[in-house]
Design a protein around this ligand. Structure first.
Ligand SMILES: [Zn+2]
Length: 68
């Protein structure tokens, strides 16, 4: 059995912990396990990717989240 892929927030692209299906920052936002690319952003203010994703807080993010 393949490991279950965690969900990512459709709003901020934050990759959520196993078994978590709600973004702590966007409780009303939709989440999806259909996402691609995985980046760990340590210093959002110094990261081009963070700027592109409009990430302001350090964390693990998906580059692309597909919400059905
Ligand atoms: Zn979020």
């Amino acid at each position: 059995m393949a490991a279950k892929k965690p969900s990512a927030c459709g709003e901020c692209h934050l990759v959520l912990a196993d078994g978590v299906d709600q973004c702590p920052r966007h409780p009303s936002s939709r989440v999806s396990s259909d996402w691609n690319g995985y980046v760990i952003i340590m210093q959002p203010n110094r990261s081009e990717i963070a700027k592109r994703l409009q990430v302001e807080l350090p964390g693990k993010y998906a580059l692309k989240v597909n919400i059905n």
